[in-house]
Structure formats: structure tokens, C-alpha cells
Write a protein that binds this ligand. Structure first.
Ligand code: BEZ
Length: 211
């Protein structure tokens, strides 16, 4: 069954390029991003894995661990790593799961048979420190993901887990946010001391509270 927002991220034990891991133990108290790519030694995947490796310091700053997956073997991932470093200028610096038996791909519904009946699609699962799924994304093999967008949604998820706000269209870190409609104006005055603008009773904008 498909994994839905708010579900507990299914736990598993699997071999990776950094040894055998138990997923929940490996996550510890961190946020986590589990993402699949269709196949090793393919062009778009090579660019994605290079870009995620390059951005790892940004994920570290956000207390977020990355882990990749495809239905290739750990040996194949390790062989491919040289190509990623040579062509993308960034060495692989997080584990990739070898999922030849589709154990994890099936658990996370990463194979979409009407797209391809053997390869994983480009799935992204963002998991909170409580092990609940906070966000899912699915891209086809032909479309590479955008690392900046994944960092942007991570910023929003982390902010909105701490403050009673939501983030508007095209928000990026540092932009104005929306006060939760359930909060009264009186409460908002104490919770958001930088002030707020009321555009409609349900649409009140305030500067990002943690900046
Ligand atoms: C790619 O990464 O370019 C790719 C992988 C699998 C199928 C098609 C394209």
C-alpha cells in the first residue's frame, strides 16, 4: 500500500555502500531523506547523486541524513561512485542501499509498474525525528529532481514543526509566513512579537519567527 503523510516510515535492515544498517537506528534523532533512483550508470541519476553529495553540508546543517536506493547491488553502486565523482566533481558521501530483491522498494511502493515494472521511480520520503513521513515526492525517470526544492521543503517542514505557521507559495527561508488560522489575534500578538499584517481574517502574514 502507498505510504501516506503521517504514517510511520517502515523500518528495515539492508546492505548499503556504508555497511548493513537498521533504518530507524541509523536515523536516530535526525531527520532523514530516503530517495530512490531508477538505475546505476544512467545519466540523470549520475547528476542527481552528484548534486545531493555536493549539497550534503546543507543537509547536515539541517540535522538531516540522506540515504539513496536502487534495485542494483551494493557492488554496482560502489563501481558507479567513481563515475559520479569524475563527472560531477563530488564524491558520494552518504549510503546507497543495494535493493536487488526489492525489499525496501516494495515496502515504500517505489516501483510503479505502469511506468516501469522493474526499476524504481524517483521517490523522495522526508522523515521526521519521530519517524513519521512528513513529505513524499515522485518523479519519473526522465526528470531529475531539484535539490534546492528539497532543501526548501525541508526548511518549511522544520519551521512549521516548531511554530504555528505555514509557508506560502514560493516561500524560501527568511520569507514572510502565515499565522495558523486557529490562533486568535490576541494570541498572535504574543506569539509573533514582530507583528503581523491582516490581509483577510484567515490570511495574516508575519516575519519568519526564528530569524
Ligand atoms: C537516467 O538516469 O537518465 C535514467 C534512468 C533510468 C531510465 C531512464 C533514464
Amino acid at each position: 500500500m502507498a505510504i501516506r503523510l503521517g504514517d510511520t516510515a517502515p523500518d528495515f535492515t539492508a546492505d548499503t555502500t556504508e555497511g548493513r544498517i537498521n533504518f530507524h537506528q541509523w536515523l536516530g534523532d535526525s531527520w532523514g531523506i530516503l530517495f530512490s533512483h531508477p538505475k546505476d550508470f544512467t545519466p540523470v541519476c549520475t547528476t542527481e547523486l552528484g548534486a545531493f553529495s555536493k549539497a550534503k553540508p546543507e543537509f547536515d546543517k539541517r540535522n538531516t541524513k540522506l540515504i539513496g536506493l536502487s534495485v542494483d547491488s551494493v557492488e554496482s553502486h560502489k563501481d558507479w561512485a567513481g563515475d559520479i565523482e569524475d563527472t560531477q566533481g563530488s564524491a558520494l558521501n552518504f549510503p546507497i542501499i543495494g535493493d536487488e530483491d526489492h525489499q525496501v522498494a516494495d515496502l515504500y511502493d517505489m516501483i510503479h509498474p505502469n511506468a516501469n515494472d522493474t526499476l524504481t521511480v524517483r521517490s523522495v520520503f522526508i522523515i521526521g525525528p519521530d519517524k513519521k513521513v512528513k513529505l513524499t515526492l515522485t518523479y519519473p525517470a526522465s526528470t531529475g529532481r531539484n535539490v534546492d526544492e528539497i532543501l526548501r521543503v525541508l526548511d518549511s517542514l522544520q519551521l512549521t514543526s516548531q511554530y504555528q505557521v505555514s509557508t506560502p507559495v514560493n516561500w524560501t527561508d527568511g520569507g514572510e509566513v502565515i499565522i495558523a488560522p486557529a490562533i486568535s489575534d490576541e494570541e498572535a500578538e504574543t506569539k509573533f512579537p514582530k507583528g503581523f499584517k491582516t490581509l483577510r481574517p484567515y490570511l495574516r502574514m508575519t516575519p519568519q519567527p526564528n530569524k
